[in-house]
Design a protein around this ligand. Sequence first.
Ligand code: HEC
Length: 237
Amino acid sequence: MRLASLVVPMLLASPVALAAAPSPYDLASAQRGYAVYAGVCSACHSIRQLTYGDLGGLGLDPDQLHAIAGAHRVGDGVDAAGHALTRPARLSDHLPSPFPSEAAARAANNGALPPDMSRLALTEPGGASYIARLLTGYDAAPPAGQALEPGNYANAAAPGGQIAMPPPLVAADQVRYADGTPATVPQMAHDVASFLDWAAHPHAIARRRLGISVVAYLLLMIVLLYVLKRRIWLNVR
Ligand code: HEC
């Protein structure tokens, strides 16, 4: 039974090791990051791939989710006179853009379009850490030897040293954190980057859980098949 003496500890240890491996996301930070998104970034950016219900993946309970959704209003068609109607958001509603159209978004932002944030942490080169650096990169002097384009802001992290987004995080305590963490600018930048990283992979945690059970199952099969093989070949010398 030399093989079994190897396989059995493996069987026991692997799911434990997988389960104990650091979680891919710091959910406490991502939860605070949602508060930053809701309080600051949502004034310009949508997250269309995410519903209010998806925020449950951050560890929020149903009451909190309903409270969050209910505090936002979304479009609900037009009335008889053609005026736009709104209603409180439901869990199945997607995190909306504050602007009715791309043209309106550009008009409000000096011609620049605030991108939808659903996949930003995946599509921006440098990912979440770039986003955090961008948000804290504003106190830089204008790029050396380069004129700042009209309406742009100097930012050491942005490609070309400038960006059309006005500095969104400017003062500590711009957002009130429910867990009492001091809301300094670098802390808010870090947290909103964690949130956007999670938002770009909202089902990663469920996938990981499934992976752990699949690996545990396959390891169990190795042991059972090994025992079966020994039984079948027991009388053959
Ligand atoms: C006043 C409107 C406004 C707010 C508020 C705002 N943004 Fe933006 N954001 C913009 C605009 C406009 C752009 C496009 C900039 C460009 O094209 O140069 C942009 C672009 C970005 C980009 C892409 C940068 C790149 O290199 O392509 C990121 C990341 C970003 N914003 C993150 C945030 C985060 C995080 C917040 C909240 C903390 C936030 N923004 C709040 C207007 C805003």
